[in-house]
Design a protein around this ligand. Structure first.
Ligand code: ZN
Length: 345
């Protein structure tokens, strides 16, 4: 097995929404602490790679030219508020180019056979950014740029995007809603920002069935979360037979996260990592994770440090807290909704 790759760039720490919104939770320190902890552990043996800037043409694989221009010009003019949560300053343009460029380069490296496993530790996050709109701390949709590039520039026909950030990945959903070459599966809390992602919505047109939303109520812990993961996400993922798996890896479903109310343990993320390792090893396909949310910076670092060794096969995944017995109500509803498209249950 080749050495796993870790993509990052110092420019990702120059984007600081606190310039316009003191107390904003998306701080450069999120990455600073993560990188300090990883450096103390010699990057867990992962090979560090520079995250280049995405080109505007690469951004336009997932975004409208008008959106790309809008972000560039707003940053050039000193920045400001895009909405109540989303701010850019002058350095945010370059930070966002490196964040999207990391995801895009991660995909290129994986598809070129330079590795089978990669992680992009970048910000600003991406999964709320729609084709023509920045929102929810996100400027460009990093994972969507990567998935779109895998298809448009590498000729892939099936890319699986798993979004385990606690917030719904509305941007990724919107960008691929009417396409079957991306299967988008999101586990998220509802109600919660941005208020999208109902179980009922499955995509549209040729993309019908290729969006799987698995909303869970606040207070959801590992039992229900992993039941949905194992009974819905995993069987659909296997049946789709993806050629590449990308993960919108947010860590804000952790019980300690200040922005949401799910109750996952650090170990829950490592358990999910173990499942993804199984899935991608069995199918001999590459796996790339792109950082999204996670707003307790110590817990974010702890989660990434728990996930990477399991992905790399250096540690066994921890034991689940509870072994699912029977089928819960949420899982039953999800199977009923998606069972017509995928072999579930
Ligand atoms: Zn989030």
């Amino acid at each position: 097995m080749s050495v796993p790759l870790y993509f990052s760039d110092p420019a990702c720490m120059t984007h600081d929404p606190r310039e316009f919104s003191p107390g904003h939770p998306d701080t450069p320190e999120r990455l600073l602490v993560l990188e300090r902890v990883l450096a103390e552990r010699d990057w867990l043996g992962w090979a560090r790679r520079a995250a280049p800037r995405a080109s505007e043409a690469e951004l336009e694989l997932a975004h409208t030219p008008a959106h790309v221009r809008f972000i560039r010009e707003l940053c050039e003019h000193g920045g400001g508020a895009i909405d109540a949560d989303t701010f850019v300053g002058r350095p945010s343009w370059v930070a966002a180019l490196h964040a999207a460029g990391a995801a895009r380069e991660l995909t290129r490296a994986l598809l070129a056979g330079e590795g089978q496993l990669a992680f992009a530790g970048v910000r600003p996050s991406g999964h709320h950014a729609e084709a023509g709109r920045a929102m929810g701390f996100c400027l460009f949709n990093n994972v969507a740029v990567a998935a779109a590039a895998a298809i448009a520039e590498h000729g892939l026909e099936r890319v699986l995007v798993i979004d385990w950030d606690v917030h719904h990945g509305n941007g990724t959903e919107q960008i691929f809603a009417s396409r079957s070459d991306v299967l988008f599966v999101s586990l998220h809390q509802a109600p919660l920002y941005p208020g999208t992602g109902p179980l009922e919505y499955v995509g549209e047109g040729p993309g019908e069935g290729y969006t799987i939303n698995l909303p869970v109520p606040p207070g959801t812990g590992e039992g229900v979360w992993m039941e949905l993961f194992d009974r819905v996400l995993m069987p659909a993922a296997r049946a789709y037979a993806p050629q590449l798996v990308l993960v919108s890896a947010g860590f804000d479903a952790h019980a300690a996260d200040p922005l949401a109310g799910c109750l996952l343990r650090t170990e829950t993320f490592a358990i999910m990592a173990g499942r993804l390792r199984e899935l991608t090893l069995a199918a001999a396909i590459p796996l790339g994770l792109v950082l999204e949310g996670g707003y307790d910076r110590d817990v974010l670092a702890e989660c990434v440090c728990a996930v990477l060794p399991v992905l790399a096969g250096e540690q066994e995944p921890p034991a689940p807290l509870v072994t699912a017995s029977g089928t819960g109500r949420l899982t039953e509803r999800a199977i009923a909704r998606h069972g017509g498209y995928w072999p579930l249950g």
